[in-house]
Design a protein around this ligand. Sequence first.
Ligand code: ADP
Ligand code: MG
Length: 679
Amino acid sequence: MLATDSVSNLPGVGDKRAELLGNLGIATVRDLLFHFPREYQDRRDIAAIADIAEGDTVTIEAEVVKSRPVRLRRRLSLAEVTLRDASGEIRAVWFGQDYLARVLKPGARGFFTGTAGKWNGVALRNPDYELQTGDEDDLINSGCIVPVYRLTDGVSQRMLRRLVRTTLDMVEPLPETLPLTLRNAHAFPEPNAAIRQVHFPDEIETARAARSRFAYEELLGIQIGVLGLRAKRHREVKRNRHVIDGPRLRDLRASLPFPLTAGQQRAVDDILNDMGSHRPMVRLLQGDVGCGKTVVALHAIAAACDGGYQAALMAPTEILAEQHGINLRELLAPLGLDVAVLTGSTANARELRERIASGACDVVVGTHALIQEKTRFHNLGLVIIDEQHRFGVVQRSTLVDKGYEPELLHMTATPIPRTLAITVYGGMDISVIDELPPGRTPVKTRRITPAKVSDLYGYIRKQAAKGFQTYYVCPLVEESAAKQLTAVTKHFEELSEGPLEGLRTGLLHGRMASSEKDEVMHWFKRGEIDVLFSTTVIEVGIDCPNATTMVIEDAAQFGLTQLHQLRGRVGRGAEQSHCFLLGKPKTKDGMKRLEVLCASTSGFDIAEADLELRGPGEFQGLRQAGLSDLRVADLILDVRLLDAARRDAQAILEADPALSKPEHAHLAEAARAFERVYA
Ligand code: ADP
Ligand code: MG
């Protein structure tokens, strides 16, 4: 049987079962073999019930003698089941799962794994259980270390174990895809022994080692793909190098109102190096909210203009584009550069487009309006994408295509764990700004219980009296934009007329016309609004140093990264800023998120925690890097392997850039597959 055959070729798998397996993402024989156990149960030692003492964690093989649901209080019920083996009897209880009394009927036999605690004497508390169903042979379900798989309705552990066992005996041998030198260097087992150990291990330890082998293999393939793409780009030669010591750049440097931080300086150096070199720049500028990415971008713009090129900066929202427009004009207009802002609501758009096409505008800041068909440039030499994760690959490349080999600078404040950044953005060169400008006081973050909310209103009033401003954010309710609207308008109305009466309040949400939004934002920036009620439209990039208080209603509704970015709207001046988190988390994870946020202000630490809480599936950018649908590897558990794979991939590509050596044939195939999807 071939690994590529459909699972319906396996004995005992008809259309129905094949469909069920499909729900687990298993279509081929190979898929089945790579459906790895999520854990193992050591059933080599089956305990005798008579020997169990309180505190022991054991597996027993037993028969159900009695079972009954028990109702304790209004909200608390449990199932109490008496189990028996040859040596004696013990009770097992499942709290909050009284329905199990119906599932575990007298006469049922099975395995129960759990810890013995106290419940009217010694009892197994909430043990895992697995019932035996009848006459199947049991050599793979007991007396050994048994695999425990992720299941779906209609597929049982026993069924999967049987299928995998059969498959292992029938399938053609797996080819060795790792170069032997690497396999030996890491002391990995050969693939056929390894795949058996993954499913039916001799020891838990050998299962781990075997799994590592496959995780490494997967990560190596991706790294080869990422680094291969990057190397290919580095071999490209552009026609024109940029001028990096021209008058605009010099004047910009002289006119900056503050010295650059060391991180900013490094980023500027990286960028100018790229621009002055023979290779096209594809660089990511990564730095926490408020670290000052815009001024770094300004250096690139000045350099591009020195060479007679146009520069474009694309931002995800109109408010942001407007803000960039104002900031850029302030510093670039004195250098004699013409800065235009083009958004969906630009009044004289047609005229402006003509000026852009003729080259009368040097710098164009805008939203998606920049990538519309009718927007044409005279000679676009630099493309900057702010908050790059908010744009799709196609949108980004559409803007690039409007120039002739323009330099490309991505900017992002989405913190990503250091360990991942090199992989996620592996195809780009990366500059990291890892410090905030001096003079900032870290934001203090606290949870506010309902009882204390009135104190909060008093605090907001005091801040307003001192001339400081407050953001009041209400959560995004994804299912219903209308509901979200009521949330924010309701708060706005109730608080404006109640506890915050007399303060100048404003309202901002996504349903407003852009001109209205801009107007409100401008008032806020000018200090004419004390409290701005808003949805997450203020999430990215807004810079208003005079705002010192951030209130987040129902904070647990937000993701950790989003909370961090919201908080980043304050703490931009020298004054101590505060972030207040309202509402009661409904889940443990929600609670944990708020705790993390209260404990840390470092975007990197928060990203690290976010990754642990949510798993990597949610991370922006991971998909793009081919990492969101990892089959075996786990980005949290396998960070060491990821590092090793990165280093090995680098060495391989240095020694054999075209991957033409026979031992690299499989890697070459992985690289081609990667390119097909991600190039
Ligand atoms: P972000 O990286 O989040 O886009 P911005 O570019 O909006 O950050 O900068 C945030 C604020 O910090 C701006 O008000 C900017 O003028 C200020 N800033 C940037 N660099 C420095 C610096 N080196 N020293 C002092 N203030 C700075
Ligand atoms: Mg920004």
